[in-house]
Design a protein around this ligand. Structure first.
Ligand code: THU
Length: 160
């Protein structure tokens, strides 16, 4: 037997094609990217999210001279939400980056660890997190549910 996994997502040619709310959230993240602490990789990542209660929370990557200590923008955002608005659902999160060493024109791709963290936040709050993924310019992807990026993921069910 073969099982197949697939998912659908929206593709836009540029941020100008987005709905105003989405465009604004992405712009907040883009404005934040220069403040990321990424002196080692020079890869500045920023995320901005709107919560169900209307609050906006942001995060950037926070690197460290001891490289593995660094935290991605998405997980720094999730940590802030968890501390300030525990269990508040996240409706939409925009993620972008500015690669000072190269190009920034393809949509951001959350790393595996962040996919795991996003997925658990969805489970915890019983609500999908819609992702807007973009570079500084170029195409924008909208993923309806972060967990779609982590098929066959490890969850608390596996610990039973
Ligand atoms: N990074 C993020 O902040 N988010 C991602 O989803 C991918 C990678 C950061 C980690 C590191 O500080 C830099 O980007 C280069 O990997």
């Amino acid at each position: 037997m073969i099982e197949k996994y697939s998912f659908e997502f929206e593709v836009y040619n540029s941020a100008d094609e987005l709905q105003p709310n989405d465009k604004n959230l992405l712009q907040l993240a883009k404005d934040l990217a220069p403040t990321a602490y990424a002196p080692y990789s020079k890869f500045h990542v920023a995320a901005a999210a709107i919560l169900q209660n209307g609050e906006i929370v942001k995060g950037t990557n926070q690197e460290n001279a001891s490289y593995p200590v660094g935290t991605c923008a998405e997980r720094s955002l999730l940590g802030t939400v968890g501390a300030l608005f525990p269990n508040e659902p996240i409706v939409t999160m925009a993620i972008t980056y500015d690669n000072l060493n190269g190009t920034s024109d393809t949509p951001a791709s959350p790393c595996g660890m962040c996919r795991q963290a996003l997925r658990e936040y969805e489970t915890r709050t019983h609500q999908s997190i819609r992702l807007i993924l973009a570079g500084k310019e170029g195409k924008v992807y909208i993923i309806p549910k972060a967990g779609m990026l982590l098929p066959l993921g490890f969850t608390s069910d596996d610990l039973k």
